[in-house]
Ligand binder design. Structure first.
Ligand SMILES: Cc1cc2nc3c(=O)[nH]c(=O)nc-3n(C[C@H](O)[C@H](O)[C@H](O)COP(=O)(O)O)c2cc1C
Length: 307
């Protein structure tokens, strides 16, 4: 798939997930064939105010080429200032979050709240295109309220405003993660615009990937399905894999050690570890022990030493 001048190596990508897709997990997923990885969503306001914690989210792996930062916010002027500041110069592509349903984000007018304000959304995209000097992409949901459907007008607006690609998660904000997505929604958007369309939602297997590709979408974005299962990218890209989850967990933790201290790993590796033990012998017992583990060494012992 092409985004501006950047061509991706595969058409299966890792979704941004706050608290999950840190630089280490993104590096692991790139090793396993993810054609694109994106930072967790980053507050443009946080960057504007030079917040240390916000800036930490901008760490990149050398494998992330092209690199994508995902920004959220609702004030075009703040986007402009941040893009002009140089703080994002390491990134090849700017992605704008117009899909996050979390109440703390929506109540500020950010994320999926922008689905209710298409003119403001347009201004934000135009600002990023004008001041970003690189391709801009937009990730959004189907609509805000329970039965809203703004997919086609919103997709067309993104194209008109200069977006180089869009990602669709065809659920409403109201739905959160409940119910099933309708693949026809992705097919409809693909027919309505001439920029690349990435489909997203509920892909957990190679078969799911193939079903989504049937919509005609240019790429498939996988989120929850990659947690504990990063090899899904290799599998979708057509590689046969001979490793087991525990070997991959070991690789994951080793990458984390390159980037983070033990305290961070102890807190943040657990949700991945739950995924890696899924389907293993004694998984329930192991999950309980991982939940209680107080150090990285303890987690490693549960994963790698216990039979
Ligand atoms: C824990 C978690 C954090 C997420 N954080 C983000 C985020 O920072 N930015 C974003 O655009 N979407 C975020 N999402 C949404 C995912 O990118 C994706 O759209 C959603 O999970 C549906 O895809 P999936 O069914 O493959 O998981 C998040 C989802 C989860 C579960």
């Amino acid at each position: 798939m092409k985004i501006g001048k950047f061509e991706t190596k595969t058409d299966v990508f890792l979704a941004p997930m706050a608290g999950v897709t840190d630089v280490a997990f993104r590096e692991l997923c790139r090793q396993y064939g993810a054609g694109l990885t994106t930072t967790e969503m980053v507050s443009v306001k946080g960057l504007y105010y030079n917040s240390k914690n916000t800036k930490k989210l901008l760490q990149l792996s050398p494998l992330e080429s092209p690199s994508i930062v995902q920004l959220f916010g609702h004030e075009p002027k703040v986007f402009e200032e941040v893009l002009n500041s140089g703080v994002l110069d390491n990134f090849d592509i700017i992605d704008i979050n117009m899909g996050c349903p979390a109440p703390k984000i929506v109540k500020n007018g950010d994320g999926s709240a922008l689905l209710k304000n298409i003119e403001l959304a347009r201004q934000i995209i135009e600002t990023c295109v004008k001041f970003g000097n690189r391709p801009v992409t937009v990730k959004f949901r189907k609509g805000f309220g329970e039965n809203d459907d703004v997919l086609i007008p919103f997709a067309k607006m993104c194209e008109e405003a200069g977006a180089s690609a869009i990602t669709i998660h065809p659920r409403t904000t109201f739905q959160g993660y409940s119910g099933k997505i309708d693949l026809e929604d992705i097919a409809k958007v693909k027919r309505a615009v001439n920029i690349p369309v990435v489909g997203n939602g509920d892909v957990r297997t190679y078969e799911d990937f193939l079903e989504m590709k049937k919509t005609g979408c240019d790429g498939v974005l996988i989120g929850r399905g990659a947690v504990g299962y990063p090899e899904i990218f290799s599998i979708c890209a057509g590689d046969i894999l001979k490793k087991n989850s525990i070997e991959i967990a070991k690789e994951h933790i080793d990458i984390m050690k390159k980037y983070f201290d033990k305290d961070y790993i102890q807190k943040n590796f657990k949700r991945h570890a739950f995924g890696y033990v899924d389907g293993e012998c004694g998984a329930v017992e192991k999950r309980k022990k991982i939940a209680l583990a107080k150090s990285v060494e303890e987690i490693e012992q549960i994963l790698f030493d216990e039979k």
